[in-house]
Design a protein around this ligand. Structure first.
Ligand code: BG6
Length: 513
């Protein structure tokens, strides 16, 4: 398996290419994309001949754009940029700009001309990635314009598009968007980015499972009692109220990131470790999710919304007071749900997933709760309730911990829970790459393993769509309000259906108890 994993982390030679960023003056480009590309440059992972072509609606010269990109890098790629001023200048020489108004068809004619000139001037083949860092309603518009001017044609080099989430707004719109993109691009040219899959620690779930002899034999319904996946955030919606109010936690986090994490936790081992085999296995999990019928929603799904709260003498705004949010909004900022994967391995094992904003910690982790030993010899002697857990901490303080009972030294047989843990930070020489670095490099190489495939996107919409529909149409389904800095509505614990069980509170410093 080790050999197999090396194949995925391989550093394939990256062909000379052009990265066109639509929406290059936007927040995502400044905060994530440009710093990620610059870091790849610092790590010598970019090809020798490479151009980043910003395509934005703002009128500006090449020189002005370079100044802007430099300023963004100093702000957001802080250490890499401030520590390497010369490299920063060299990098900026590879940055170009063309004004493109995404809704103006003719601008794409000018873009084509610009690309032809640039590739001739720099002797660059027309291997092009188009990154759609633009509002979702423009995806099909921009794709259509690219096709119109033949910017999708591969005679002069390969063409790939990277699409940000949300991929569609519902099951039907996702299918419709896919159809429209497929008018000019094949599935193997479409890279649907889900930054959770780019996280080193999410990939490590596969390695933990499939490269060790001792996890996989117990990774099934016989030994696992339940699985918890928590992605909590300390912040509210901030300046993204306008977007978030049309999305909500189900579309923003569950439909994509957390169902993908669930798929990685629950998938069967692929026969070989390549993009198609891995994605074939993970999509089967999504297709096996037991649909939640409208009448079962209240027992299986809890939604909540944060309200104005005094936290440490400071008033935290309620969701309805956030900019861009409707004053009577019913959008959920918290979701907890119980999900079943109806297959041979997982039959009747509940997966509990929750996510929310304005919770006490920013933590993402998966907890595998093992069933207790069949005969509890030491039950009376346990100093606390005995638990066996495997915790896969995605962030922060990434790592893995195993929690189990140990004899307290001394006379008698007193048992206490202890844990063995590994923290990525202990690997002194290792830097954990940002998700966008990994994903951009993969797309440059043509490796789509960590990108969501159309069938997976479809399967996860199919699962969440009926819940969203029921919320929209059935006024009787409650929206619970919760105070900021709490773990969401207390009703979320009712999903366990057993008074003794509740959500495991994740700690900032990663440990099991
Ligand atoms: C984004 C969501 O995709 O993921 C945000 O749109 C959310 O609302 C973010 O804050 C969480 O990502 P991370 O990597 O901070 O867990």
């Amino acid at each position: 398996m080790e050999e197999v994993i090396k194949k995925v982390t391989r550093k394939n030679p990256v062909e000379s290419q052009i990265l066109v960023i639509f929406g290059s003056n936007g927040d995502l480009a400044k905060r994530k994309l440009l710093p990620a590309i610059f870091q790849l440059y610092l790590d010598n992972l970019l090809p020798e001949r490479f151009a980043v072509l910003g395509a934005g609606s703002m009128e500006k010269t090449e020189a002005e754009n370079r100044t802007d990109v430099g300023a963004s890098l100093l702000e957001f790629a802080t250490k890499g940029a401030t520590d390497n001023p010369e490299k920063l200048q060299l990098f900026l020489e590879n940055v170009y700009y063309q004004k493109v108004h995404n809704e103006t068809e003719e601008d794409f004619g000018l873009l084509k001309q610009y690309i032809d000139d640039l590739s001739a001037r720099l002797e660059l083949p027309q291997n092009i990635i188009y990154y759609f860092s633009i509002p979702p309603f423009l995806y099909e518009v921009v794709a259509g314009h690219l096709v119109k001017y033949g910017l999708n044609e591969e005679a002069t080099g390969w063409k790939r598009i990277i699409i940000e989430k949300p991929f569609g707004y519902s099951y039907d719109t996702a299918i419709d968007l896919d159809k429209k993109l497929r008018n000019g691009f094949n599935e193997d040219q479409i890279y649907r980015i889900d930054h959770y899959l780019g996280k080193e620690t999410v990939q490590n779930i596969m390695v933990t499972r499939f490269s060790n002899g001792f996890f996989e034999p117990i990774w099934n319904r016989k030994y696992i009692d339940r699985v918890e996946i928590t992605a909590s955030e300390k912040i509210g919606v901030g300046s993204r109220g306008g977007y978030y109010d049309t999305s909500g936690a189900m579309r923003d986090m569950i439909q994509n990131h957390l169902l993908q994490v669930l798929a990685v936790v629950a998938m069967e081992p692929p026969s070989i470790f390549d993009s198609e085999s891995i994605r074939n296995e993970s999509v089967k999990v999504l297709q096996s999710l037991r649909p939640i019928k409208p009448a079962e929603i209240t027992q299986n799904v809890v939604r909540g919304q944060y309200i104005e709260t005094l936290v440490d003498d400071v008033i935290q705004k309620g969701y309805r007071q956030e900019k861009g949010v409707a004053p009577n909004s019913k959008t959920e900022t918290f979701v907890a749900l119980r999900v079943f994967v109806d297959n041979w391995r997982w039959g009747d094992v509940p997966f509990y997933i929750r996510t929310g904003k304005q919770l006490p910690e920013h933590v993402t982790e998966v907890t595998i709760h093992l069933k207790p030993a069949p005969h509890q010899l030491f039950k009376q002697r346990c100093v606390a309730q005995s638990t066996n857990m495997i915790i896969l901490r995605i962030s922060p303080d990434a790592g893995v911990a195993v929690d189990f009972g140990m004899k307290i030294p001394g006379a008698g047989y007193k048992v206490q829970n202890v844990n063995m843990d590994f923290h990525y930070s202990d690997l002194a020489e290792t830097k954990i790459s940002e998700a966008y670095e990994r994903l951009l490099l993969d797309c440059m190489i043509g490796d789509s393993t960590l990108y969501a495939r159309a069938d997976a996107v479809k399967a996860s919409w199919k699962f969440v769509d009926p819940i969203l529909q029921a919320w929209k149409t059935n006024q009787d389904i409650p929206l619970y309000f919760y105070e900021c800095n709490t773990w969401g509505p207390k009703e979320a614990n009712l999903l366990f259906g057993n008074k003794e069980l509740k959500w495991r509170p994740p700690f900032k410093k990663f440990k099991t108890q």
